[in-house]
Design a protein around this ligand. Structure first.
Ligand code: SF4
Length: 376
């Protein structure tokens, strides 16, 4: 049986950062009610998929899952383990904010079974953190990594954001240098994106903040790829880099087009070629589960043609497209349609070919979205 992924969306944050469009609320005191409802949702899907699927990754995202206590994380893990078939050593990731971590909490998360910590650092520079309205200082960012190591975490990711207003390439390189000198084996580096509905978007529209231009963004991205490669981090997805053996298994499930089952407000699932999403607002999510046991707000059946196209896009954005496996799954028609494009991309150095695998080169990753748009 193929392995699948479990995801829990924890919808709480201590504060809303100006650039963020993930669903979360900042009202404290609702955690236990949320977990009680979440357990009902887990039970509902246990009846449907408890026997048909086997899971080897669990990911706590959000929001800020590290706002929960280790006992609350353990309670959710116990529910998942009793509801589903889960491998004996699953990868269990918890997203965290340095401003919510302490020695005791980190040891508690590790003891509860969390074995991969993802720390939302974003920058090691005070000026950037103030601009992003993060709740932690630059010092807390570095300390969180070292304390996590002392608490027993040997699989640590950090998130960083580049192309912040006023960020020079030297300042960005300083961030990367600090990162590679810490015991982190996975780095997710994203450029600052202006999302609708965020405070940052309003500040830009009001002329109070000016974003840096996209050419500069591309320059910083190329610097990132080159710098991290020189320091032993392999790029295995557009925004993700890791030391050998430390790819995120959970995210690989998404990129390899495997099934994933997600819980919590705004969570998206993909099972047996059907995709569905939950209500976004916690109150709606809560009411729906009490009413019918699940919180699906909409669903979509993925046709074989849609699946083939999505598979190619996800594969090219990550570890590469195995044309042999693709043909077995979907037939060769879509590959034949795009044969001339692939030859051109190969000739121009945007993709490389090793055996059956077509992979974006660093030059290709830099224009990934444009390449994917050209696929027919
Ligand atoms: S802590 Fe993370 S999830 Fe919460 S508002 Fe900030 S960026 Fe968004």
């Amino acid at each position: 049986m193929q392995n699948s992924a479990l995801y829990i969306h924890v919808p709480f944050c201590a504060h809303k950062c100006i650039y963020c469009d993930f669903y979360s609320i900042i009202t404290p005191g609702k955690e236990n009610d949320f977990i009680a409802v979440l357990e009902q949702e887990i039970q509902y899907y246990s009846v449907l998929y408890g026997k048909s699927h086997h899971f080897d990754t669990i990911f706590f995202g959000g929001g800020t899952p590290s706002l929960l206590t280790p006992a609350q994380i353990e309670r959710i893990l116990t529910s998942l383990h009793s509801a589903f078939s889960i491998s004996s050593q699953p990868e269990i990731t918890l997203e965290s904010n340095p401003g919510t971590l302490s020695n005791e909490k980190l040891r508690g998360f590790r003891a509860a079974g969390v074995n991969r910590l993802s720390i939302g650092i974003q920058s090691f520079q005070e000026r950037d953190l103030e601009f992003l309205t993060r709740i932690h200082s630059a010092e807390q960012a570095g300390t969180a990594v070292l304390e996590a190591t002392r608490a027993g975490f040997d699989n640590i990711n950090i998130d960083l954001i580049f192309n912040l207003p006023g960020q020079t390439s030297d300042l960005w390189l300083e961030n990367l240098e600090t990162a590679v000198n810490l015991p982190v084996n996975h780095i997710s580096a994203y450029s600052l994106i202006l999302e609708h509905g965020t405070i940052l978007n309003k500040l830009v529209l009001d002329g109070k903040v000016t974003m840096q231009d996209t050419d500069y963004d591309a320059d910083l991205y190329e610097i990132t790829i080159e710098y991290l490669a020189r320091h032993g981090y392999t790029q295995y997805e557009v925004s993700n880099f890791c030391k050998p053996g430390f790819e995120c298994k959970h995210n690989n499930h998404y990129w390899h087009y495997d099934d994933y089952l997600s819980f919590g407000p705004s969570a998206h699932s993909f099972v047996h070629n059907t995709r569905w999403h939950n209500y976004t607002a916690l109150s709606q999510y809560h009411a729906a589960i009490l009413r019918v046991g699940h919180a699906q707000a909409g669903s979509e059946k993925i046709t074989p043609a849609m699946a083939a196209e999505e598979y190619i896009m996800l594969a090219l954005r990550s570890n590469g497209l195995d044309t042999h496996i693709f043909s077995q799954k979907f037939g060769a028609e879509l590959l034949n349609t795009n044969k001339a494009l692939f030859s051109q991309l190969l000739h121009e150095g945007f993709i490389s070919k090793q055996g059956d695998i077509l992979r974006l080169t660093p030059k290709g990753y830099a224009v990934c979205d444009e390449i994917l748009e050209r696929l027919q």
